[in-house]
Write a protein that binds this ligand. Sequence first.
Ligand code: 3H9
Length: 680
Amino acid sequence: MSNTVVSSHLGDCLLLTLDNPPVNALTREILEQLAAAISEAAKQDAIQAIILTGAGKAFVGGADIRAFPKIVAGELPPIEWQSLVNAVEDSPKPIIAAINGAALGGGLELAMACHWRVAARTAALGQPEVKLGLIPGAGGTQRLPRLAGTELALKMIAFGDPLTAEEALHAGIVDQLVDGDLVQAVIAMVASGAAVRRTRELTSKLLSPAEAESLAALFLDQCRKRMPSQTAPLAGIECVAATSRLPFPEGLAYENRRFEECLYGSQSQALIHIFFAERAAGKLEASRLSPVQRAAVAGAGMMGSGIAMCFANAGIPVLLTDTSATHLERALETIRKNYEATARKGRLTQADVEARLALIQTVPDFEGFETADLVVEAVYEELSLKQRLFLDLDRIARPGAILATNTSTLNIDAIAAVTRRPESVAGMHFFSPANVMRLLEVVKGRASAPETLATLLDTGRRLKKVCVLSGNCFGFIGNRMYAPYRAQAVSLIERGCSVQQVDAAITSWGFAMGPLAVGDLVGLDVYWLIRQAALQAGLPHTPVTTFEDELYKLGRYGQKTRSGWYLYDDARRPSPDPEVERLVREYASWQGIEQRQWNEREIRERCLLALINEGGRLLEEGIAEKPSDIDIVLVHGFGFPAWRGGPMHYAESLGLDNVRRRLDALYDEEGPQWKPALWR
Ligand code: 3H9
């Protein structure tokens, strides 16, 4: 059964189990059944108390997120969340939440409307709505401050991170933690006389209105800095502050108004799109896989060390080798420093640090590589070097072991071709720093077997990455998309924009960094090499010369040389460089490029259209399987604002016909680089 409330009797308790796999998400049907069961129980003298729990691993993972876009589109009627949850709190008989697993969003709101809460020690409790561009809409903004105090409620609702059950107990959200049988513990609680106790009547933890306002002002400030342009965090904070000012029913009405503002706004639609896109990405239909028990990494530079950390973080033992003993030593030192810095921030214990380090073993000359199920190559980006390495790996690795390359641009087939196992070769493209960035592109070579890809996608998920399957082309999805976008930014500068103007047009729209600042961070020498390789690979629309070549020739590689598009001080703070402006003017007149004034809208439109159109080409060519995969890559790998949903979602929101009209106009004005892709 699914989408149902299962009732059973345990002595004088009524056990209500919410059953809606996989996470018991709340639907109108479930909440209506729950309200009906509670009202029925009120009439039965034999029932002393009601226990509410979830089937399977979760208590309740929130409201059913799939319903929101349908409500917004008018395909489903709105749901009276607050009154359905109020029916729980109104019960004349005590209701105790037996929180067996995740109680998130509407799940925590439901638990807070119960009269008592008993949780399994493994449960997580939180109000993550903000990550979907929403705020709690079933009374959470009004009940959480009453249980946990104004400050913690502000933190949980503004940032959306869950608490452990232990933290929730400490905060007063949960009344008791249980290691063993949860339901038996609740029955014992009922026997000891648990009575009706309504959260809405509690006020002792609320700050005064003035104190709440001034604390809220601090949170508003923090959110504007950490999550610029996002509206839900601000709405959530204002609702929590209102708890101190307004009686409960008016607080609920205020919450409802703000919830609807968020629900019908574009940000929640974009973030909900990203939520489902992440889960839909990298799924292969019923392919067999062989779970990786031991991994090995060849190449102990920054990338290889980061990849080794990813395996250790997931509890997978990993061997790390390099041709240079000094590199290996340095890598291990860097890894230790990295873990210790995390421990200093309180995110790992010293025991965790040691346990993770113990999983990473540095070895000379591929020692022990024959025991690995997966070997990841992370050496310098040069085809002949990688091919030589794959010849060795093919000889050393056990038959059936997967050989993955971390190349960011090279042809997977050319690497697989030197081995006797091309079916077990594929790309595993991590983004730098590999231990931090959540994106992983799994790249499918011509011969890669479904089992190889399924194993890599499974491994990626175990490493807690968002995995996207990409076809084999120059730059795969991410770098291939980024190339015309950067080319557009450089071209705008050649045509009269200033460096700051281009970057500001992009960051003010929500990108984490502008394309030129990214160039300086990654290195203009790196981008020069990538463009040469793209030209060699025959990637269409790659400019043969650009103004960036001039910076490269001058040794202005970016942050590492303290000059690139910007000048940098020793703390790597950028400042504009008038010399660049002079050089650009000189370049433009020498190349006969006409310069003019540009406004922010024009700059932004060109950069974004270049991105969208390349996404369209990737879909046309079958490199990307679906538009949402492209959105995930840009959001998780390239700083595209998640609350705008990724370039393809953004294109949909503009209307694909409108996008094509603009591309047609640019094609007529400026030529073939704007030839519209026809992906739908
Ligand atoms: C809300 O509650 C607003 C209220 O205030 C309004 C009034 C009530 N709905 O992540 P996983 C699916 S807003 C529908 O891979 P895990 C998910 O799509 C909500 N579906 O598993 C996937 O489906 P599929 C606030 C949901 O074990 C499957 O479950 N709540 C929902 O790694 C497994 O998901 C949140 O924001 C849902 N609410 O993690 C919590 N949740 O198999 C969102 C999950 O078809 N959820 N699915 O791909 C999560 O954070 C994680 O899913 C959770 C489990 C921690 C629960």
